[in-house]
Design a protein around this ligand. Structure first.
Ligand SMILES: [Zn+2]
Ligand SMILES: [Zn+2]
Length: 263
C-alpha cells in the first residue's frame, strides 16, 4: 500500500491510499489541480483516483468537492449526515449515482478493500475517521478529534500505518493570540487533539505490528513540529516505529508492506 499525505493542516487536508491499481482519497481540502499535481509529483498516477471518502464537512476537508463533482467521475463515500452537511455547506448536490453510503461502525467493501469509518468526537454533523485494510495491510487516518475515546483506540489496534492528529501544544494555544472563543473550541472535547492527547492515544494503540506513524493536522500557529515529534518519540522510544510529519505545503509519501504492482 502506498500512502501519501498530499496536504495536512487547517488550510486543507487530503490523504491518498493506493494499492498499485487504484487510489482512494480521504478528504479533499486542497484544489483538484493541487491534488493532481502533488500525486504526479510523487510519481503516482492522478488517473488512478477512483473515489473520495469524506471524514466531515469542514471546509479544510471538502473545499474541492464542488469541482471534483463537476470535473471527475469519482465516487463519493460519505455517511448520510456528512453528505447532507457537505451539500449544505458547499451549496451543491452529490448525485445518488455518485454516492456510496457509509455508516459509522460498519465496514464497506470497496473494490476488495475493507473501508471502515468510525465515529470520533468533533464538532461536525457525523464526523468519522477511517481504518482501511487491503491485502495484509491495515492503516488508519485519524484527525479532527477533541479527545481520544475508547472507541477510537479500539479501532486502531494492529495497524501497520497510523496517521494521527497532533494539532496543538496546549500551552502554545493558551498563550497564543487566537481569540478566546476559538481557543475554547479547539481545546473542547469536540475540538482538536493536543500533542499530549495524541501521545496518550498512541501509547494505547502501539503494537509490535505498527511500523509507521504520521503526525498530521499540525497547527502552524499553536504547535511546533519538534514539540509534536518529541511527544510521539517519548511513546515510541525502544520500538521500531518510523515517525513522520505531514505538512501543509509539501506532500509526504510512504510505502507499507503490501503493494499490488501493475504488470
Ligand atoms: Zn480539519
Ligand atoms: Zn474539522
Amino acid at each position: 500500500m502506498h500512502y501519501a499525505a498530499l496536504a495536512s493542516g487547517s488550510k486543507g487536508n487530503c490523504h491518498a491510499l493506493d494499492d498499485g491499481e487504484r487510489t482512494l482519497l480521504i478528504d479533499a481540502g486542497i484544489s483538484l489541480r493541487q491534488i493532481r499535481q502533488r500525486l504526479e509529483g510523487l510519481g503516482r498516477r492522478a488517473e488512478a483516483v477512483q473515489a473520495l471518502a469524506l471524514t466531515h464537512e469542514h471546509s479544510d476537508h471538502i473545499g474541492a468537492l464542488a469541482v471534483i463533482l463537476r470535473r471527475t467521475d469519482w465516487a463519493i463515500l460519505a455517511t448520510r449526515e456528512t453528505r447532507k452537511a457537505a451539500e449544505k455547506a458547499q451549496g451543491i448536490e452529490i448525485p445518488n449515482h455518485r454516492w456510496i453510503e457509509l455508516e459509522a461502525g460498519r465496514a464497506t467493501d470497496w473494490n476488495g478493500w475493507r473501508v471502515l469509518p468510525f465515529a470520533l468526537p468533533h464538532d461536525a454533523a457525523d464526523p468519522v475517521a477511517y481504518r482501511v485494510e487491503t491485502g495484509d495491510c491495515a492503516c488508519a487516518v485519524v484527525t479532527d478529534l477533541g479527545h481520544p475515546t475508547a472507541l477510537v483506540a479500539d479501532h486502531l489496534q494492529e495497524l501497520d500505518l497510523l496517521v494521527l492528529e497532533a494539532n496543538h501544544d496546549v500551552d502554545m494555544l493558551r498563550e497564543g493570540d487566537y481569540p478566546p472563543h476559538l481557543k475554547a473550541r479547539i481545546l473542547s472535547r469536540v475540538g482538536h487533539l493536543s500533542n499530549a492527547s495524541m501521545a496518550e492515544l498512541l501509547a494505547k494503540v502501539c503494537s509490535p505490528r505498527l511500523r509507521q506513524v504520521v503526525l498530521a493536522h499540525l497547527s502552524e500557529s499553536n504547535n511546533h513540529p519538534d514539540l509534536a515529534r518529541f511527544a510521539a518519540e517519548e511513546v515510541l522510544r525502544g520500538t521500531a516505529v518510523a515517525l513522520h510529519l505531514a505538512h501543509q505545503r509539501e506532500p509526504l509519501a510512504l510505502t507499507t508492506a503490501f503493494v499490488k504492482e501493475t504488470p
